[in-house]
Design a protein around this ligand. Structure first.
Ligand SMILES: Cc1cc2nc3c(=O)[nH]c(=O)nc-3n(C[C@H](O)[C@H](O)[C@H](O)COP(=O)(O)OP(=O)(O)OC[C@H]3O[C@@H](n4cnc5c(N)ncnc54)[C@H](O)[C@@H]3O)c2cc1C
Length: 472
């Protein structure tokens, strides 16, 4: 076991982790910083599916979610510029502060090459009309200006950030998985890491340990919470589907808003159901978790467009007593869908769901819409998704049809499972420190954020807080 001391150790090189380091550089800090990331450098991160046309289950980690820039690298790169979107950070610290740091962080993204165009702020008459239809359908339209980077440009942008960090002395350890924490007397003093290429273990110490391990690392972090009594509580879990329709159906809403953020409390259960991550001309994609789960997602390129638009419809669920493990519940749902799809993502036509039948692959071929996830398996998602979320999704689609005529068409495709595992909410103070001294949790891993901008904002605030603490 070797020993190396740093001022700050960041675990996870997703947006929250890298913006902590970047902001420290911007503020000209002289702190000695190391980032440990289980995945690869961005230059080495490639999803083989581009060549194989099907997911090959990259080992040890999925290239879509692990590596420099985390889940951001192959994301659609939609930066939500409203504090209302992307998690609960504005309700944990000061709302106005979050708003101003969104502006600040947005300028950093612009400096690294994000598109200067903001979507969803023109076409005001059309937006007014869409809102009117949303009210009629019992849904709320949330205003959220979007800066769309695009999947291929997001990669270029984060590559420049990786180069900045490396050329300014930040030590980036790729292929290094944080297996455990060094905790004594309720104080975190370092981490134990495993080099996944040669399986050797090392330990590193620092004054500040920042866990920024994203949704991908939620399982391991949850075990650390149990082992070290890190205070946390069960949060919400989102169970849903990825819907895909032809661009013609979504044209009006795509042009006016790019992304429609619609929320409803849908009868009969009145659970919160919402749209999420809309991708005009986009592609449905698959992400794989370390435990082998295949989860559906979506993204879109800036220039290379498909004939379809995809978006998620997510139904939020809470569990408290006697069962309080939402991640486990959602995992079971995903396992069931994966089992029925023989390890692949399942796809079913909306009309077949309403008629109570599965979809066959020959029925997909004769549709107007060609699935952009080419290796999705036609089948029956209703056999995997429990009654309550399934009914919520169907009723939400019916409501959406008032806003977007044709959305509830027979050929509309529903892919499953789309699950968001941001459930364990780790208790942190206003500086993001847990009840374990010097141990901080950032971004999606702590349950406070669920998007690129908010995770990046949390990184910026983390750095500023650290600098303020040091200067006292
Ligand atoms: C396909 C896809 C598309 C998306 N599109 C958008 C979008 O358009 N707009 C938007 O706002 N959001 C989008 N998101 C969500 C967004 O990417 C995340 O909210 C954001 O990346 C969270 O940042 P983070 O830093 O908290 O975690 P992550 O980005 O998940 O990064 C965490 C990093 O930690 C590493 N890690 C985990 N555990 C360990 C460990 N034990 N040791 C070492 N390293 C570890 C992981 O490999 C990963 O690189 C998308 C997500 C996906 C998967």
């Amino acid at each position: 076991m070797s020993n190396t001391d740093y001022d700050i150790i960041v675990v996870g090189a997703g947006p929250s982790g890298i913006f902590t380091a970047l902001e420290l550089l911007i503020k000209k800090s002289k702190l000695k910083i190391a980032i440990f990331e289980q995945g690869k450098s961005l230059k080495q991160r490639h999803c083989p599916k581009i060549h194989t046309n099907k997911c090959v289950n990259c080992k040890p980690f999925c290239n879509i979610t692990a590596g420099f820039s985390g889940a951001g690298a192959f994301s659609d790169g939609k930066l939500s510029l409203s504090p209302e979107v992307g998690g609960n950070l504005p309700y944990h610290i000061d709302y106005e502060k979050v708003k101003s740091i969104i502006d600040y962080t947005d300028k950093i993204y612009l400096k690294y090459g994000a598109d200067t165009k903001i979507e969803g702020i023109d076409n005001l008459d059309l937006i007014k009309d869409i809102r009117k239809r949303a009210i009629f359908a019992g849904l709320k339209l949330v205003d959220c200006p979007i800066r769309h980077i695009g999947t291929e440009k997001a990669r270029e942008l984060y590559l420049k950030i990786e180069d900045t960090l490396l050329s300014n002395g930040i030590e980036l350890f790729f292929n290094h998985l944080c297996d455990d924490l060094l905790v004594t007397n309720n104080e975190c003093k370092g981490i134990i890491v495993r080099n996944v290429l040669n399986n050797t273990k090392s330990q590193y110490t620092a004054n500040t340990i920042v866990m920024a391990t994203g949704r991908n690392g939620a399982g391991r972090l949850s075990n650390m919470c149990k082992n070290y009594n890190i205070t946390h509580h069960a949060g919400t879990v989102d169970i849903g589907v990825r819907v895909e329709v032809r661009n013609e159906i979504m044209e009006e809403i795509n042009n006016a808003l790019y992304e429609s953020k619609l929320i409803g409390y849908i009868p009969p259960f009145n659970d919160k159901v919402r749209t999420f991550c809309q991708n005009p001309g986009g592609f449905v994609s698959q992400e794989n978790y370390d435990d082998g789960l295949a989860i559906v997602n979506g993204h879109s390129y800036k220039d290379h467009k498909s004939d379809n638009t995809n978006l998620a419809i997510l139904s939020s669920h809470n569990f408290k007593d006697p069962f309080d493990r939402p991640i486990d519940y959602a995992r079971k749902v995903a396992e069931m869908a994966n089992m029925l799809g023989d390890g692949k993502i399942l796809v079913q036509r909306y009309g077949d769901i309403i008629q109570g039948k599965r979809t066959w692959s020959h029925e997909l071929i004769r549709s107007n819409i060609t699935p952009t996830l080419s290796d999705a398996v036609a089948g029956d998602i209703t056999s995997a998704i429990p009654f309550r979320p399934m009914l919520n999704i169907v009723n939400f689609i019916k409501a959406m049809d008032h806003i977007v005529p044709g959305f509830a068409g027979n050929e509309t495709l529903l892919y499953a499972p789309e699950i968001k595992f941001y459930s364990n909410r780790i208790d942190v103070d206003k500086s993001f420190m847990t009840n374990i001294k010097n141990l901080y949790v950032l971004g999606d891993s702590g349950g406070l954020t669920r998007g690129l901008m908010m995770a990046s904002v949390m990184g910026v605030i983390m750095a500023d807080n650290l600098l303020a603490r040091i200067s006292i």
